[in-house]
Design a protein around this ligand. Structure first.
Ligand code: FAD
Length: 458
């Protein structure tokens, strides 16, 4: 266990938030021999039903699975997951077409229940020696100079002290407020005009009402709906519409008429459409950028100043259109663990390396997630886009490992996100030539071969 007096090894480590990142990080730190106290605003989910409001299921892909593997949860998560091998695009006339995610059609992202995944992570954390989780404790104040934390609980205010606070308390982090007005702290939250609302397509005669092997998309230009399968054979649909579009539908007749006109194949599959629409909350969508992620107070007396590090959504919330927020938050936790191992548990060095290594990666996925919204709601239905994807898959089959689409690099590899845009720029030239090749221009194919062998020599 960490020993007292050595400033590189904090004695009192606190994690705020027993969400996805908080539980994974607590487990990883407990396994390093640290004592960790996790404070969570919600009641113990093992005793209370999960909170409604945010997405019911998550798409977890290679990065998330690699992180879960670190704590022995990969196989358990996969055994409870529904693989989705591609997108099923629903057009406005009710027609459908399936687009595989990978050239060989074999790669899949996984639809996993958020509540179940959080519970599995919490179970592992709670069983890890050195980890203690306190529920019903909402952080209201953090003072980095004194190391004092203040929580609201049902029994009244509760105080604690820490040398190191790891803020895993999500996009609207209360711990982050301790540094919001510090000189040098850059912070921004960019909201989309779009908001989201969930609806349900229940099982029909005990079976899935739609193909469960796909992430369903209803692209409608400015807006869209998606649906992911659940283990109980229902689908959770999410509408991504502008606030005006949501506000325009007030009466049951307006809601049904709108769906009949724009999502005709959904009306017969969603018996509670009107009720869901009227009852379910509207969520907001924001990209949160903060820097730096690591802060220290001024030491008081002979004490060592308290350090705060932002992790997961607290450091970099992103819009959900690449299904990467949780995957990315998990990567943060693994990176902290790796930095600790590499620095011999020297926390200041490890946290400095963590923020340096992760920032560019998180910025890159934030941009790609915004771009993917346009792809999903608009580009996916265009003929040019379809030709581009066909060309990409053609290249992937002919140049395996050397040409890999952006979707595959993000979802099916653990390549640092920041390296992906550059690689895509290099590959774009190839795609253009391959499109010409598909159109029967044999000369283009020859040039592709010449370009790749030149690329390999570099
Ligand atoms: P959170 O999961 O938000 O956990 C924060 C925890 O801190 C919670 O338990 C909360 O109760 C607790 N907390 C908050 N405030 C306090 C406080 N004051 N005191 C104590 N505890 C507190 N990601 C994917 O990878 N794939 C997807 O398919 C996907 N789909 C999404 C769909 C939607 C609609 C949205 C909104 C997000 C989606 N995400 C997805 C993103 C993903 O949900 C987040 O990136 C992920 O949950 C971040 O994990 P976290 O642990 O950092 O934060």
């Amino acid at each position: 266990r960490a020993h007292a007096g050595d400033p590189r090894e904090p004695r009192r480590v606190v994690i705020i938030g027993a969400g996805l990142a908080g539980c994974l990080l607590a487990t990883l730190l407990g396994r390093r021999g640290l004592d960790v106290v996790v404070y969570e605003r919600r009641e113990d989910p093992r005793a209370a039903p999960p909170e409604r409001g945010r997405s019911i299921n998550l798409a977890i892909s290679a990065r998330g699975l690699a992180a879960l593997d670190q704590v022995g949860l990969r196989e358990q998560a996969l055994s409870r997951a529904l693989p989705m091998h591609g997108r099923m695009v629903h057009d406005q006339a009710g027609g459908r077409s399936f687009r595989p995610y990978s050239a060989d059609g074999r790669r899949a992202i996984n639809s996993i229940s958020r509540a179940e995944l959080n519970l599995a992570l919490l179970d592992v954390a709670a069983k890890t020696p050195g980890v203690n989780v306190s529920f019903g404790c909402r952080l209201t104040q953090l003072d980095l100079d004194t190391g004092e934390l203040r929580f609201d609980t049902d029994e009244g205010p509760r105080l604690a002290r820490a040398d190191l606070v790891l803020a895993c308390d999500g996009a609207f982090s209360a711990a982050r407020r301790a540094v919001t007005f510090r000189p040098g702290f850059t912070f921004g939250q960019d909201y989309l005009d779009h908001r989201y609302k969930e609806l349900t397509i229940p099982a029909r005669d005990g079976e899935f009402a739609l193909d469960p092997d796909a992430l369903h998309i209803w692209p409608r230009g400015e807006s869209m709906m998606i649906a992911l399968p659940n283990l109980d054979r229902s689908f959770t649909c999410t509408l991504f519409w502008t606030a005006e579009q949501f506000a325009a539908l007030r009466t049951p007749a307006q809601i049904v008429d709108h769906f009949r006109a724009h999502y005709p194949d959904v009306v017969g599959l969603a018996p509670d459409l009107v009720e869901d629409y009227q009852r379910n909350p509207l969520g907001s969508l924001a990209t949160i950028r903060a820097w730096p992620w690591v802060h220290s107070g001024t030491s008081v007396g002979a004490g060592v100043a308290t350090t705060l590090a932002l992790v997961g959504d607290a450091a970099h919330a992103i819009v959900p259109f690449f299904g990467q927020g949780a995957n990315c938050a998990f990567e943060d936790c693994v990176e902290i663990d790796r930095c600790l191992a590499e620095s011999g548990d020297d926390w200041p060095a490890a946290l400095a390396a963590y923020e340096r290594r992760r920032k560019a990666n998180c910025d890159a996925i934030a941009e790609m997630a915004l771009d993917n919204f346009v792809e999903m709601r608009d580009r996916v239905s265009s003929k040019v886009f379809q030709a581009k994807v066909a060309a990409e898959h053609w290249l992937e089959r002919r140049l395996p490992g050397r040409f890999v689409s952006r979707y595959e690099l993000v979802s099916f590899t653990t390549m640092p996100y920041a390296e992906i845009p550059d690689r895509m720029r290099r590959q774009t030239r190839l795609t253009a030539l391959a499109a010409a090749g598909i159109a029967g221009l044999g000369a283009g194919v020859l040039r592709v071969g010449a370009l790749t062998s030149r690329g390999r020599r570099r």
